[in-house]
Ligand binder design. Structure first.
Ligand code: NAD
Length: 257
């Protein structure tokens, strides 16, 4: 238990089940004393969430939000305003691409698939930041989840890699826009972790094996380690940091071989 987020109101977007990185973040944030709201997509995620928080004494606010719908995002922030008044942090842990475009050649990406990946995985951060801003009257921190596939070519990551490049760039543009309001925007670039979204990438299990062998720390990275960095980025400990992307990948990104 620590008090890094005591009296902080934080919205976490993107818990689908117990394997979600956002769920690891939620648990770490709860231990740090945050008051939490969760947005979820669809009935299945709601059922998982309800089970996960069954034994929580202080229940988080739960709001459905499909980020492809502006009216859902607007309603989400209305509910957050009703529930919290002021918002101090948002964790955006959302991405999606068509499964058939996470294999084969990037060259074969369809226009529809390209736009879908950008819409859900990138534009959502822009829209969410816009709605969060008026609620962050005491300053705030927005954190998103990114991946090395936006910086380098990772086999089969294809359209999602290009979306992560745009997400990385959005972090910097949003950080520049929102800095004067004392709102910081940063990213955590996570190592491969077995989740529902990751399993959509063809060959993901082999990728995990290769990662473990190559990465300087010689082991897989746990979701809690990603969550601890998100905690740092949402806490006053990182008050001077914005527009930054921190790799939580055991050093994998430094390798040139
Ligand atoms: P996950 O499947 O648990 O989470 C993805 C979330 O995106 C789900 O909760 C899903 O409901 C949500 N989502 C998809 N479409 C949506 C929509 N239209 N509206 C609202 N929500 C929607 O998988 P995860 O691995 O925890 O992914 C979380 C984030 O972490 C993603 O941005 C992912 O790219 C990133 N990331 C994951 C890894 C990894 O290896 N797992 C590595 C680096 C970065």
């Amino acid at each position: 238990m620590n008090t890094l987020l005591k009296d902080r109101n934080i919205l976490i977007m993107g818990i689908a089940n117990k394997w979600s990185i956002a769920w690891a973040i939620a648990q770490v944030f709860k231990k740090a004393g945050a008051r939490l709201a969760f947005s979820y997509q669809g009935e299945k995620s709601l059922r998982s969430l309800e089970k996960l928080i069954d034994d929580w004494e202080e229940k988080p606010l739960l709001v459905e939000c499909d980020v492809t719908k502006d009216e859902d995002i607007q309603r989400l922030f209305e509910k957050v305003k009703e529930g919290f008044g002021t918002l101090h942090g948002v964790v955006h842990s959302i991405a999606h691409a068509k499964k058939e475009e996470l294999e084969g050649l990037y060259l074969d990406t369809s226009r529809e698939g390209y736009l879908l990946a950008q819409n859900i995985s990138v534009y959502s951060l822009v829209a969410v930041s816009k709605y969060a801003k008026p609620l962050m009257t005491e300053g705030g921190s927005i954190v998103t989840l990114t991946y090395l596939g936006g910086e380098r070519v990772v086999k089969n990551y294809n359209v999602m890699g290009v979306a992560k490049s745009a997400l990385d760039s959005s972090i910097r543009y949003l950080a520049a826009d929102l800095g004067k309001d004392n709102i910081r925007v940063n990213g955590v670039s996570a190592a491969p972790i077995k989740t529902l979204a990751a399993k959509g990438v063809r060959g993901f299990t082999d990728m995990l094996k290769g990662f473990e062998e190559k990465t300087p720390l010689k082991r897989l990275i746990q979701p809690e380690e990603v969550a601890n960095t998100a905690l740092f980025l949402c806490s006053p400990l990182s008050s001077g940091i914005t527009g930054e992307i921190i790799h939580v990948d055991g050093g994998y990104n430094i390798l040139g071989y």
